[in-house]
Design a protein around this ligand. Structure first.
Ligand code: SF4
Ligand code: SF4
Length: 332
C-alpha cells in the first residue's frame, strides 16, 4: 500500500500547480492529506542530494557561505549507493538535486539524473538551478535524461532588483532567453519535463510583472510564489516571514518526516537549509540511509517538533522560520 501512496504523492508533486501552496485553506488540506499519507518512517519520501556545493552566483540571502565551502561536487558512487538502496527497497523516491550550490556545475549532473531514471521508472527527479547554465547543451541533456522537473530560482523579472538578489552583474535577459529555449525544447519534443519559475514578489510587484508572468505561462511555465525566510536563523535580515511570525502558531516542520538531505560529503541531515549540519543524523560512509532514517536521533528530533520544545539537539529549529513555508502535515 505504501508503495502506491508514495508513487501517487510523487505524481501529485510533479504535476500540481504549485502557485498557491500555503496560501489557501483548501489546498492546505489537500497538502496535509497527501503529506500525511506520504510520510514513511522506513525510508525518506524525498531525498535532497547536494550534487555540487560550487556556485556561480553570490546571492546575499543565501546561507551557502555559512557552510564548509571546501567541498566541490559529490562523488557519483555515493549517489549510486543512495539510489540503489531506494530501488532495492522498492521505495519510489523523489530525488531533489539541491542543497547549497548550482547543480549544473557538476559535470556529472546529467549522468546522475540518467542513473536515477534508469534504475526504475518509479523514481522522479527535480533540480533547482539559477538558470545561468541552461545553454543548448544542458537543455538537450535535460530532455534526454528525462528530468521530471526544473525549478529556476529567478526571484523577479525586474532587471535591477535581479542583480541585487543574485549579487552579480548579470543581465536577466540572458536567463529569460535560457528559460524560453528550455520551454521551447520541451514543447517541440513533446516532453513532460515541468518548468517552474520561482519568484519572490510583493503583491504590488506581482501586479507590475503580470504581463511577463503571463508571457511565460503561455509558453508552458508554472509559477511558484515564495517568501524569503531566515534560512534556519542564518539570514534573519532577509526574512519576510519573521515580521508576521507571532501571528502563526508553531506546527512541526515537515522536514523530519518527509525529507533527508545528503551533502557533498555524504553526511545526512533532516533539513536542506542546515548550513552547519546542526541536525546531522548520520553519515552514509558508515551506515545506510534507511537505518539513519529509523535511528534514535531522528526520532528525538521528531519528538521535539511534535512538542514544539527544542533542546540543544534542535537548537537551530528554535530560531528558524523556514518551517512556515510548508503547511502543517498533521491534522491535529
Ligand atoms: S541561492 Fe543558489 S544560486 Fe544563489 S548563491 Fe545560493 S546556491 Fe548559489
Ligand atoms: S525548523 Fe527550520 S531548521 Fe528545523 S528542520 Fe525545519 S526548516 Fe530545518
Amino acid at each position: 500500500m505504501k508503495y502506491w501512496i508514495r508513487r501517487l504523492a510523487i505524481y501529485k508533486i510533479i504535476s500540481s500547480q504549485v502557485e498557491d501552496v500555503g496560501h489557501s485553506s483548501f489546498k492546505n488540506i489537500i497538502y496535509k492529506l497527501g503529506a500525511s499519507l506520504a510520510r514513511d518512517l522506513e525510508f525518506p519520501f524525498q531525498i535532497n542530494i547536494e550534487i555540487s556545493r560550487a556556485c556561480n552566483y553570490n546571492c546575499p540571502f543565501c546561507a551557502r557561505t555559512e557552510a564548509d565551502l571546501s567541498g566541490n561536487h559529490i562523488d557519483f558512487e555515493l549517489v549510486k549507493k543512495i539510489v540503489d538502496e531506494a530501488t532495492y527497497l522498492k521505495k519510489p523516491t523523489l530525488f531533489a538535486l539541491h542543497m547549497w550550490g548550482e547543480p549544473l556545475l557538476n559535470p556529472k549532473w546529467a549522468k546522475t539524473v540518467r542513473y536515477i531514471k534508469s534504475s526504475t521508472t518509479k523514481h522522479s527527479v527535480t533540480m533547482t538551478t539559477n538558470g545561468f547554465l541552461l545553454n543548448d547543451k544542458n537543455i538537450e541533456s535535460i530532455i534526454k535524461s528525462q528530468l521530471d522537473q526544473v525549478i529556476i530560482s529567478l526571484h523577479t523579472f525586474d532587471p535591477n532588483i535581479y542583480k541585487v538578489r543574485i549579487g552579480k552583474d548579470i543581465d536577466i535577459k540572458l536567463i529569460e532567453q535560457n528559460i524560453s529555449n528550455l520551454l521551447q525544447s520541451v514543447k517541440v519534443q513533446s516532453k513532460k519535463t515541468r518548468v517552474i519559475i520561482r519568484l519572490f514578489l510583493s503583491s504590488e510587484e506581482r501586479k507590475i510583472q503580470a504581463d511577463k508572468i503571463q508571457y511565460f505561462k503561455d509558453k508552458g511555465a508554472v509559477f511558484e510564489f515564495d517568501l524569503y525566510d531566515n534560512s534556519a536563523g542564518d539570514r534573519k535580515d532577509w526574512s519576510e516571514i519573521e515580521p508576521v511570525l507571532d501571528q502563526v502558531k508553531r506546527w512541526p516542520c515537515y522536514h523530519p518526516w518527509l525529507t533527508a538531505t545528503v551533502n557533498v560529503y555524504g553526511e545526512v541531515t533532516v533539513c536542506c537549509v542546515d548550513s552547519k549540519m546542526a541536525l546531522k543524523i548520520g553519515n552514509l560512509t558508515d551506515i545506510k540511509l534507511g537505518s539513519i532514517w529509523k535511528g534514535e536521533l531522528i526520532k528525538d528530533i521528531r519528538g521535539e517538533h511534535k512538542l514544539g520544545q527544542f533542546s540543544e539537539k534542535c537548537s537551530i529549529c528554535k530560531n528558524c522560520d523556514t518551517w512556515v513555508s510548508k503547511p502543517d502535515i498533521f491534522f491535529k
